[in-house]
Design a protein around this ligand. Sequence first.
Ligand code: ASP
Length: 326
Amino acid sequence: MEKFTLVIHGGAGTILKKNMTPDKELAYNDKLKDALLAGYTILKEGGSSIRAVEASVRVMEDSPLFNAGKGSVFTNEGKNEMEASIMEGGSLAAGSVTMVTNVKNPISAAKAVMEKSSHVMMVAEGAVKFAKENDLDIVDPQYFYDAKRYQQWQDIKGSTDIRMDHLDESEDMAKTQINAEFSEPADKKFGTVGAVAIDKDGNIAAGTSTGGMTNKMYGRVGDSPIIGSGTYANNKTCGVSSTGHGEYFIRAVVAHDISAMMEYKGVSLQEAADEVILRKLPALGGSGGIISVDSEGDFALTFNTEGMYRGSIREDGEPNVAIYKD
Ligand code: ASP
């Protein structure tokens, strides 16, 4: 049997078992498994890692559980501004969109930019126009309305606070305080989604999609659409998808840094991931995690937070999912 591997995440943060109900935990685990199986079906039949990554991310974008697509959080102006990126490790081709407000699946818009334009990154109305021209699903912005997300925004509307995702009613105390100096928030939950895969042909792909952070300033762009920070893939080394406090992930160039350590220093994926996520990023003040697959099909799911919604699947078809720190 030819080997392949797919890993996914649905965000990292202070995700604690004591704040989770059994129903909610089940819902997350089930949706993570759905996302894994969507990609697995493609890889099993010899499909490309790019298609598998897109399929897995779309499942999570279509679920209100995650802060991407349907579950996207609100900006300080009460809008849903989404961003996504995808990269192919053989050709180093990449595509990215940001500030899209009515594209149902931003990951597919990023893929269209990669495959059907000569550009890497498209923003706002131009990105939407391009998505339309490529027959992607466009929805009324109301589609993204979610009562819980809206309430999360109402709670801090008008303030400078920024609330991370995955907050629930039992965690009202957990309002994120990002003060004027942009210190790290007391509570950190990041609901971005991502997938990384290597297919039977040895091609690696990575993709990431997000609604960003609740009450983020108009025009704010995080790490998720930034190639090299939120997403990176190189067949020589690994593919990476990030989740966490985007400003730090941009400044630490997280995804490419992990790949570069492997390429230039010959370190293993796990060593590179540990160095960046457990040492470099915390030293800057940044929290979050990554999922990554290397050219051997080995993977790292590394985070410096209490938990990360995550999962993996290989050719045996057994989906493994986890939420909390082991
Ligand atoms: N990285 C995302 C951002 O900063 C947030 C997340 O991971 O949920 O926009």
